[in-house]
Design a protein around this ligand. Structure first.
Ligand SMILES: [Zn+2]
Length: 557
């Protein structure tokens, strides 16, 4: 007769034959990569998921043994990565751009005008023609485009087209008239109206002068806003992004994100940065920072400020004049005291602060302001950031480290800007421009992003630019200032673990480790074995957020 004890063991083993762990999903047979929390690259063949979170990664056999009853998805040996995080993008900008005239592909003024003419006739019912994406530098125009040129293709309907960097806008005569701008209108503080020989507005409005026209453009309806968000979410999932830091949103947009989070319709985890410390901030901060809202899909505990404009439109604030415009140093948007007060206001309420700074004067002002605000309010532990940190005086770079600031940088900017940037700042200042390697080597955390829709949200374009410092045609040979290249794992880390860290989300995002969200992608190649020159063309096959598939190439979800 079998002893009672043995019988009990036998029964137990029949009920639970493999010492199962609770898991509802097994991703089996994958070429998996993740960093561990110390940043080391690890490989795995299978991943167990339960209730949207990673249970374990490991070898196929070991994972199968623990997968009792779980749904099994065969990865067919494809490469699996943690979902990528864009640390600086503009979600609603991406969504609205998908629904507006998109001039990013125009290689000349004539091409742009032809596109505007086509858009205007395809959208005959809309009161305004709105779009973005033009870049007169690519057109080799040597000047800004004019209102008259727009009049010729769009007629009497008002037209407003933002430059690719969002720091200038191009209006036609009807829009200028509606804005009430004429030769007597002064340049507003922090902005510039481009003018013809007699002082007439010639069509382009730079930085704060843009408000003169944008204030007249009818706002999107709630329905149009939701449609724009849907378009953006679809595009982000297609790109393999499972996290985005949205760099500057208003209260209305946050309300929309909250509704989508409530309805479990957000397919990306959003770290929303409130635009400014004005009325929207006051209203939101009255309820306090929001963390992990809607199943960990939305955080609202960060503020975005702007210190200057952009390099392309010469709005970036420089310590010395532009190399290609000796009368111009660009514009600081705020006095040091104003900026310090805004930073302090956000820190005192427990909000992280990210300040846009492109030029070396702006970066210095922001560093000074953080230093002064920390002395008064503390808040260093909030992992505050400088957004772009694009042209920084060499002497100021170590201050990022001593002040504990994150450098939130966009690798593709370097390769898109390289020719223009060197014209603007010359051979000496360029040494502190797009200087990722210098930041990384001193121990500064780099959070990588794209600044979409200024650039494509495709994170593989960013990984490629970070690793090669070349454009997608492989230019220049050997890379642009190749000493600033990142290694492949370093670049990957900046788009995953360190981007999560820069949002204080590294405990739940950025790697595939037990307890973190099962946010991952399947891609068409092994990005750690692929030739660097082909990294940019990596294609995302599937995107999963919280253990749910939100995108599959060629399929409707
Ligand atoms: Zn931006």
């Amino acid at each position: 007769m079998m002893p009672i004890r043995c019988l009990a063991l036998l029964l137990a083993s029949l009920i639970a034959p493999h010492a199962a762990t609770a898991a509802d999903l097994l991703l089996d047979h994958v070429n998996g990569y993740t960093l561990d929390s110390s940043g080391k690259l690890k490989r795995f063949e299978a991943m167990l998921v339960d209730d949207g979170k990673v249970v374990a990664i490991g070898q196929r056999e070991a994972m199968r043994k623990r997968a009792d009853g779980a749904k099994i998805v065969d990865g067919q040996g494809r490469t699996l990565l943690p979902g990528l995080i864009d640390a600086h993008g503009h979600i609603m900008g991406l969504g609205t751009m998908k629904r507006q005239a998109d001039l990013t592909s125009a290689k000349s003024l004539d091409e742009a005008l032809a596109q505007i003419r086509a858009f205007a006739s395809a959208n005959a019912g809309s009161a305004w023609i709105v779009g973005r994406g033009w870049n007169q530098v690519i057109w080799k125009l040597g000047r800004f485009p004019t209102a008259k040129e727009l009049d010729a293709v769009a007629g009497d309907r008002p037209v407003w087209l933002e430059r690719v960097d969002g720091h200038a806008g191009w209006a036609n005569s009807a829009a200028i008239q509606l804005a009430g701008v004429d030769r007597n209108t002064p340049d507003p503080a922090g902005g510039r109206i481009e003018r013809g020989a007699e002082g007439h507005p010639s069509g382009v409005f730079v930085d704060s002068a843009m408000d003169l026209v944008t204030s007249k453009v009818p706002p999107l309806t709630p329905k149009q806003n939701a449609a724009a968000l849907d378009a953006a979410l679809a595009e982000l999932a297609r790109m393999g992004l499972t996290g985005v830091h949205d760099a500057g949103v208003d209260a209305q947009t946050i309300a929309l994100y909250q509704r989508y989070a409530d309805e479990r319709r957000l397919t990306v985890r959003i770290h929303a940065m409130i635009a400014g410390t004005g009325a929207d901030f006051d209203a939101l901060a009255a309820k306090g920072p929001l963390s992990g809202y809607g199943g960990g899909h939305l955080d609202v505990r960060s503020v975005k400020l702007l210190a200057d404009g952009a390099l392309g439109s010469r709005g970036a604030a420089l310590l010395a004049p532009y190399s290609d415009d000796p009368a111009n140093r660009g514009l600081l948007f705020h006095s040091p005291d104003e900026l310090t007060a805004m930073i302090g206001k956000a820190l005192a309420k427990g909000y992280q602060v990210g300040v846009h700074a492109i030029g070396d004067a702006a970066n210095r002002e922001v560093l000074d302001s953080f230093e002064a605000a920390f002395a008064k309010h503390g808040g260093r532990e909030l992992r505050n950031r400088i957004e772009h940190a694009q042209v920084v005086a060499l002497a100021d770079i170590p201050r990022f480290k001593s002040l504990g600031l994150v450098a939130s940088m966009q690798p593709v900017h370097a390769t898109s800007d390289m020719n223009m940037a060197e014209d603007r700042v010359g051979g000496e200042r360029i040494k502190g421009a797009y200087a990722w390697r210098t930041f990384l080597d001193q121990g500064t955390v780099i959070a990588a992003g794209s600044d979409f829709p200024v650039e494509s949200p495709n994170p593989f374009h960013g990984l490629y630019a970070a690793v090669t410092r070349q454009d997608q045609a492989g230019k220049p040979p050997g890379g642009w200032y190749p000493a600033q290249e990142l290694g492949r794992v370093e670049a990957f880390r900046a788009f995953t673990l360190d981007a999560a860290w820069a949002a204080r989300r590294e405990d739940v995002q950025g790697t595939l480790e037990a307890g973190k969200f099962a946010d991952f992608i399947l891609v068409d190649r092994d990005i750690f074995a692929e030739a660097p020159s082909r990294l940019w063309s990596t294609v995302v096959l599937e995107t999963w957020v919280g253990g749910k598939r939100v995108y599959a190439r060629g399929e409707a979800i």
